[in-house]
Design a protein around this ligand. Structure first.
Ligand SMILES: Cc1cc2nc3c(=O)[nH]c(=O)nc-3n(C[C@H](O)[C@H](O)[C@H](O)COP(=O)(O)OP(=O)(O)OC[C@H]3O[C@@H](n4cnc5c(N)ncnc54)[C@H](O)[C@@H]3O)c2cc1C
Length: 425
């Protein structure tokens, strides 16, 4: 089933957009020109059954196309009225909602399921002059303390195929969908190209933020466009590839446009015959272990998942945010100086002539791997990952990170930069 899909009650103007097996938005006619909007989340059996019946076109519901649905909506042009506002939660804890698991609180948090919800939250915080933190899965943030403002927790669901020529297809996905769930859903449909990025935690909406990537593939390689709502004006704008200014774990949303937009959906171009990226030795090793001679895209995803499970600490067991630091990129001159002093330095040559150093190697050589301090430390298998053994505060983890940065600078003359977003309340 491809979501969203659209239904209409026969003989009546009531419309439904079914955005997932449990999530339906209903438009009921109100007077001559308005709609009353209900948002249903089917958390119990009768409601789940009701959504299933709508999907099966049982009862009085009939399937309509997106165009028919849009035409019906347009017949009543009056302003939408909301029957339900998003629920505002007070004293919201980050411990359970971020993978580092540090104990910090937000004054308020709201889970948003539509563009209208996003605009409503923006209006509330703007009018009250309160800071706003946009959060997806919370897997790339470190809270330095409590957040004296609101959290907008992205939960816009849905997926829609925009075009399909039999080989390539363009698909748009709600920003609140889980990244890994989307990757697996795409692979199950035979839509390939994202397999090397299986099991990266977080949301679809955050994926272009830092141009996530793994095993030789980055989001930019399959990115088509995204839509985002401006935090000041509430305007929806489309960002194409060029406008996003993607770089290594970087985009315009981490630079000039930082904290200005809420990304609400992302479109990808996938390819049923996407080339496989299996050059990484670890992937080849896993494929051999799996006894696969001619790998499929699904096999590559399986190999990637096996590597990740064996190498990276599971945030459900040990708090962390993946690689805490970026791999530093040096100009040839800077690189030659480092290599002269440290001939063993692990590095990769980039197409533009620069060199990427393995930050994990630098940290390991500086003696930090496995180092433990109070409730936090450097993972004993993966020096790039800082971990919360339990009870560490964000400031303690940041103090450890700064000591590592200073030590690596002193020993190698190389400046490390955090990959994880530092949130100071
Ligand atoms: C175990 C582990 C392994 C990881 N491995 C990788 C890896 O291999 N490759 C990789 O690239 N990353 C990796 N990461 C980092 C992380 O998974 C990604 O950065 C991911 O994209 C973060 O998504 P999120 O929804 O959790 O973002 P969050 O942590 O919620 O937010 C990250 C930043 O994006 C902003 N943001 C989030 N959603 C939106 C939105 N809709 N609109 C505007 N701004 C938004 C937030 O304000 C914040 O600044 C790993 C993390 C962990 C814990």
């Amino acid at each position: 089933m491809i979501f969203p899909c659209f239904r209409k009650l026969i003989g009546v103007d009531t419309l439904y957009a079914i955005e997932g097996p449990r999530h339906v938005i209903e438009w009921q006619p109100l007077g001559d020109s308005k709609w009353l909007i209900h948002k249903h989340y089917a958390s119990d059996y009768p409601r789940y059954q009701w959504v299933s019946e709508l999907l099966a076109e049982a009862g009085h519901a009939e399937a309509i196309s997106k165009e028919e649905w849009q035409a019906c909506l347009a017949r009543r042009s009056g302003e939408d009225e909301r029957s339900s506002l998003p629920r505002v939660l007070k004293n919201w804890s980050f411990a359970a909602n971020t993978t580092f698991g540090v104990d910090a609180m937000a004054t308020r948090a709201v889970e948003v399921q539509s563009d209208a919800d996003v605009r409503w939250v923006l209006k509330q915080t703007r009018e009250a002059g309160l800071p706003l933190l946009v959060l997806g899965g919370g897997s790339n943030v470190l809270l330095h303390g409590d957040w004296n403002g609101w959290v907008l927790k992205m939960a816009i669901e849905g997926m829609e195929v925009l075009s399909d020529d039999g080989r390539e297809l363009d698909v748009v996905v709600g920003a609140g969908e889980g990244w890994h769930k989307w990757v697996m859903q795409a692979l199950e449909n035979g839509w390939n190209g994202l397999e090397n990025m299986a099991l990266i935690p977080g949301s679809v909406g955050a994926s272009p933020m830092q141009n996530i990537g793994a095993y030789g593939v980055e989001v930019k390689d399959r990115f088509l466009w995204l839509e985002a709502i401006h935090q000041e004006t509430g305007a929806l704008e489309r960002f194409d590839f060029a406008r996003c200014e993607f770089g290594y774990r970087d985009s315009i949303f981490k630079q000039a446009e930082r904290d200005r937009w809420v990304i609400v959906r992302v479109a990808f171009r996938l390819d049923r015959k996407a080339p496989l990226h299996t050059a990484y030795g670890a992937i080849q090793h896993e494929l051999q272990e799996l006894k696969v001679d001619v790998p499929s895209h699904r096999d590559v995803a399986e190999a990637v998942m096996r590597i990740r499970r064996s190498k990276l600490p599971d945030p459900n067991v040990l708090g962390n945010a993946g690689s805490f630091f970026k791999n530093p990129i040096l100009d040839p001159e800077e690189f030659n100086q480092v290599q002269k002093r440290h001939p063993q330095v692990v590095h990769y040559s980039l197409e533009d002539g620069r060199f990427k150093l393995a930050a994990g190697w630098l940290i390991d050589q500086a003696g930090w791997k496995g180092h433990r301090r109070k409730g936090c430390g450097v993972h004993d298998l993966q020096a790039l990952v800082l971990v919360n053994y339990g009870g560490a505060t964000g400031s303690e983890i940041w103090a450890l990170a700064q000591d590592i940065i200073n030590d690596v600078q002193e020993k190698f003359g190389v400046q490390l930069e955090p990959e994880v977003n530092q949130i100071r309340g």
